[in-house]
Ligand binder design. Structure first.
Ligand code: MEV
Length: 304
């Protein structure tokens, strides 16, 4: 039996913009998907998905998951049948990098089962192939976080740089419970960007500047400034129409309860938002406020 893991992630700045080569900042979180893989007979593959999930997520993503496994096997040159078990403490939900974490975990588990000596760069390339089934043409930020972990400055086509902060800082991730389609969200931005070129050029310029400001503030651990910039980033994401009522509501709840900043995270149109809540006390306050409204709140950290 081979085993492998992949981290969940939170995008702190510039999801969607990153698809067009604008820098983005993301962090792995301390939740993982674990895969176990065993050679078997019969079919091409058998999958047992035992991950805790947002209701409807697994059903909605089943076809994409199957295509992703076919892609991963092909990229690894594996023709044998494999049986896969997925579990771990990362909830299968939109916006938290669940698909990328599972691709990284499966690639590592296959490599382990078949005795392939692959380094993280190679696992990352394979996970990226798997991600294409979920995203169409992903930027690569999710699989990079899933494979390498840490706090990451990412530019599509150029790769990543790890950002070092002295101490991890608390965040809360609030789940709208809505299963979202990233592919559709990305396509929507592409269509509107063509249609409203001038407006979108302006927004994209702002997003680019914001990335550099955010990088500086993060490295200084200036959480007030990081929070302000997260709020600004959320506004830009609203302008390109990838947020939704539920995400905006949870962002407001977090800010009303003292979060330094809050924004949607990931593909949007549902899934998760993130609030910056330095210190255990503030984290608990914001998480409780989100839970009081009937939503799931994940307490975790960035820069782990
Ligand atoms: C999804 O987690 C992030 C997006 O920017 C898509 C991508 O980068 O491939 C929306």
């Amino acid at each position: 039996m081979g085993t492998g893991y992949g981290y969940g992630k939170v995008i702190l700045f510039n999801e969607h913009f990153v698809v067009y080569g604008i820098p983005a900042i993301a962090s792995a979180i301390d939740k993982k998907t674990i895969a176990e893989v065993k050679k078997c007979k019969d079919k091409e593959f058998i999958i047992h998905d035992d991950r805790d999930a947002t209701p409807g997520y697994k059903e909605e993503k089943l076809k994409q998951q199957e295509e992703s496994i076919v892609r991963i096997k092909k990229a690894m040159g594996i023709e044998d049948c494999i049986e896969i078990w997925l579990h771990g403490d990362l909830k299968a939900a939109s916006g938290i990098g669940a698909s990328a974490a599972s691709c990284a975990a499966i690639a590592r588990a296959i490599a382990d089962e078949f005795g392939l000596d692959l380094n993280d760069e190679q696992i990352n390339e394979i996970a990226y192939e798997g991600e294409k089934a979920y995203h169409g043409s992903p930027s690569g930020i999710d699989n990079t976080c899933a494979v390498f972990g840490g706090l990451v400055w990412f530019v599509k086509g150029k790769g990543m740089e790890k950002l070092k902060i002295e101490e991890p800082v608390e965040i809360v991730m609030g789940d709208t419970g809505i299963v979202a389609n990233t592919k559709k969200a990305v396509e929507g931005v592409r269509e509107r960007r063509e249609k409203y070129k001038e407006k979108y050029d302006e927004i994209f310029k702002e997003a680019e500047k914001l990335a550099y400001d955010a990088r500086e503030a993060l490295l200084k651990m200036d959480w007030k400034r990081v929070g302000e910039l997260m709020n600004k980033n959320h506004k830009l994401l609203q302008e390109i129409e990838v947020s939704c009522e539920e995400l905006d509501f949870l962002v407001d709840v977090a800010l009303e309860n003292g979060a330094y900043g809050a924004k949607m995270t990931g593909g949007g149109l549902g899934g998760y938002m993130v609030a910056l809540t330095p210190g255990k006390e503030l984290q608990e306050k914001v998480a409780k406020a989100i839970e009081k409204e009937g939503f799931y709140a994940l307490r975790t950290k960035i820069g782990i």
